[in-house]
Design a protein around this ligand. Structure first.
Ligand SMILES: *Cc1c(COP(=O)(O)O)cnc(C)c1O
Length: 233
């Protein structure tokens, strides 16, 4: 078996074990294989093995891969998104994880309607308040959700966060717990067109802790594909 498939199966086993530890069913967590900077061949190899859900952080790269890959792959846009790029993926993107402004949500709404679609989105929250990160603060989240909820062509499905890079994943447990609590609080407001059922949190270094704290999407790149080499792209 290839190293890629071995790593993939190891990650799948760790997801399953984390679900069991926390009394959750295995199908309550969706593993997004984050294929950014990695070639289409890697995606196709995982596809042959049954993986259907992939994540990219650049629109152009996602579009290029989407054009050459099988139709039934689900593409998740997980990275920071510029409004002028939305139009390129509005006809196929499965979910956008990085909505952090009214203006971006309005653009997604407009482009989705052009294609007769409703695009599921998540609101990105900068839980730890890191300056380098995108996303709204926990305090601003409810207000953003209320403002974008009425927009046609989008449906708010939950929250996303990128936790800080830490040595010990336990350090991020409070971050994940805060995001979960925020989603519970917002759900309790019963806002029309808002169903906070998804929590996108957890990456290579901390996805097991995120699952224990309620993640429904984990976004895993390095543990599946190996280290990224930005120098060649
Ligand atoms: C790259 C990326 C990931 C995956 O990171 P790894 O640490 O390689 O698992 C997850 N989420 C986002 C938003 C990313 O940009």
């Amino acid at each position: 078996m290839s190293e890629l498939l071995e790593r993939m199966h190891a990650v799948q086993a760790r997801v399953k074990a984390a679900c069991e530890r926390s009394g959750r069913s295995g199908d309550s967590v969706c593993l997004i294989a984050v294929s950014k900077t990695k070639p289409l061949e890697n995606i196709l190899e995982l596809y042959q093995d049954g993986q259907r859900v992939f994540g990219e952080n650049k629109v152009q790269e996602m579009c290029a891969k989407h054009e050459s890959a099988p139709e039934d792959i689900s593409w998740h846009l997980i990275g920071h998104l510029q409004r002028n790029k939305v139009k390129y993926m509005a006809d196929f993107v499965t979910m956008i994880h990085s909505v952090d402004s009214v203006r971006l949500a309005e653009t997604i709404s407009k482009e989705a309607q052009k294609h007769g679609r409703t695009i599921p989105v998540l609101v990105e929250v900068n839980v730890a308040g890191e300056e380098s990160k995108f996303g709204v603060s926990p305090e601003e989240t409810l207000s953003l959700v209320e403002q974008i909820a009425p927009l046609p062509g989008i449906t708010i499905r939950g929250l996303m966060t990128i936790a800080p890079f830490v040595k010990d994943p336990e350090e991020n447990r409070p971050v994940f717990r805060t995001l979960k609590q925020l989603s519970v609080d917002i759900n309790a407001k019963n806002i029309n067109n808002v169903n906070m059922c998804e929590l996108s949190m957890g990456m290579t270094n901390d996805f097991e802790v995120a699952i224990e704290e309620g993640a429904t999407f984990v976004r895993v790149g390095t543990a599946i594909f190996g280290a990224r080499d930005y120098s060649i792209s």
